[in-house]
Write a protein that binds this ligand. Sequence first.
Ligand SMILES: [Zn+2]
Length: 414
Amino acid sequence: MMDDAANDVRHDHKKLGRELGLFGTDPLIGAGLPYWLPDGAVVRHELEEYVRAEERRAGYRHVYSPVLGKRELYEISGHWSHYSEDMFPPMRLGEEEVVLRPSLCPHHAVIYRSRARSYRELPLRMAELGPMYRSELSGVLGGLTRVRAIQLNDGHIFCTLDQVAEEARGALRLIREAYRALGIEAARYRLSLPGPGGKYVAAPELWERSVALLVEVLESEGIEYQAEEGEAAFYGPKIDVQIVDPHGREATLSTVQVDFHQPERFDLHYIGADGAKHRPVMVHRAVIGSVERAVAHLVEQHGGAFPAWLAPVQVLLLPVSEGELPAAEELLARCLAAGLRAELAGPEQGSLGARIREHRLVPYQAVLGAREVAAGQAALRLRDGRRLEPLPVAEALARIGERIAARGTGLWEE
Ligand SMILES: [Zn+2]
């Protein structure tokens, strides 16, 4: 069907990513190792800062941990025996072998046990937006969806068994709020269970407990889900939030996992109210999953017309003629001072209509004609085609700023 084909092309994130100057790849850097261009870097930066701010509000503390770890670290975590196919081969360094990390969890477990913990510190919520690496085969690589270097929005909650359900619920709420802000729709929720074969840690009783906890969380939140075998992490079951691309292909973006295994392997404990040592549970969660996949999905979902708070350029200033250029430059300075990402497209770039078309993805376009300049006003055009009555410049900027601060996909509050 013609229409569908046209639609597919418009929403291919690789093609749009090139056209919009968001990211690129080069065979010399290597397959699956995209670089981010300035406009793409703005989107990524905004996304990362948003997630960090939401996490801080939800009681997380952020850490940084190195992208390398000794082979022994992953032997303890179980990655070495259960996940080595997806890992880069180790690098020899003197007597040691170091590995590009396939996940952040082992580092966080080690940070947790870097000092004694009391039950009063639990739930201890640790987060990091950090890189991890996956040795994807070159045949399946492309764009931002299959990459070898992944920026993961990871977080681990170390808590008591009694706290698991509430912490998992809190993680799901963060995910749903992020989807609202980003204009992403979850296609479905999947309860991912282990399948047959030796890929999974053998501890039937622990698996059963973890599954029961996740089911309790899904049901208490009134979330419909489908259980599927063979999709769990090797150390535990998970709730996967699935998204669908314009081609109908499904992928996992966000996850919440319950893990009894790694606390055991790393011998984690806390001192309880009874003065004795107890084992915490680890809840793993990713709010927006990987930054790469999230941005790929946002590009395709919005066809490049990002929610205003993420847009590389938020306000475009359009002086109608040379005469309004000084006023436009002054307004540009005011926008930048107000923290808005603004650009000026002057008459040397063509007719007003041509300039508007050229920058059609910019959410707010301020047209400055002789009348507006004389009155100290700006006539806003919104990306969706709406034209607003001219507003005093200060009011226009304040209202744009409010909309951006509120996130979400709406462009204007009537
Ligand atoms: Zn983890």
